[in-house]
Design a protein around this ligand. Sequence first.
Ligand code: KG4
Ligand code: ZN
Length: 338
Amino acid sequence: QKNCYILGIESSCDDTAAAVINNAEILSNVVATQAIHEQYGGVVPELASRAHQQNIVPVVHQALQRANIDKKQLSAIAFTRGPGLMGSLLVGTSFSKSLALGLGIPLIDVNHMQAHILAHFIKAEGQVAPNFPFLAMTISGGHTQIVKVTDYFEMEILGQTIDDAVGEAFDKSAKILGLPYPGGPLVDRYAQKGNPKAFKFPKPKVSPMDFSFSGLKTSVLYFVQKEVAKNPDFISENIEDICASIQFTIVDYLMEKLKNAVKKTGIKEIAIGGGVSANSGIRNALKEAETKYGWKTHIPKFEFCTDNAAMIAIVGELKYKTQNFAENNVVASARMKF
Ligand code: KG4
Ligand code: ZN
């Protein structure tokens, strides 16, 4: 519909976000990231929900303003119901319910993990939507999973992390090296100048499509401690090689899991998402797999990879088309399943 404007609201972790969509095109995409967590080296749930409380009205206001529409033109409100931090989800959920009630328009509940995947269906320059069936790998500071996607809302989790998320593996390794939080992008920057085979780290053995990262962090810690005991300047003298070796281990592990999923399903179309999709190592490995294994790969624009509300809005639009609305007693769900 030409005049169907849907407002998406995301508040599952530490980003307060709002976006307006019309015909699969994003008219505005506003994110307020919470700097407060940096000094703690990770997200503090209590502080996150408080910051959402402060940010949500200004962020929504800005999203409407940038889209150049009035709230009375909205057709529906889509919000992240879960999974995520309960205190954070409650802010977005309560706000969305109230706004929908006030405006007298439908409310649409969205699964955050499905949204990361369906972000590929946003119409944007340089972005080509995947064809069904495809494999989606969502990799971020909070998630690591491989999903078989048969249709918009027909998804099956093939594998996931049994402990830390891949972004945490980057961030915790970075912390051991004395880099500031979140260290993933810095590891990537150093890695590009280092030798990926300089040091060897073990890859944990779990079932073929599952992931485990807590052992990697421990082995990086022991390795660094041992070397620093011999040479106090070991980290600064070898930062590029250390980062390249850690990144190589992680990327190789992600690719191995993807290959297992391709082998199991016969599906060669791959769509990735989540903040770690910015990583140069995984991007190069995926590009290489296109020529090497005949895969077709998709990486969304970066603003649709990290936590954002545009992905919530596209799911809202897809559900709006089939009148798939939430009940007005809907509640946030920290462990929401597909
Ligand atoms: O999706 P996101 O912004 O937030 C959630 O965690 O949901 O992902 C953030 C994660 C952090 O762990 C960050 O270190 C990682 O993505 N990250 C990267 C890179 N850019 C962001 N990790 C490795 N290489 C990068 N270039
Ligand atoms: Zn996310």
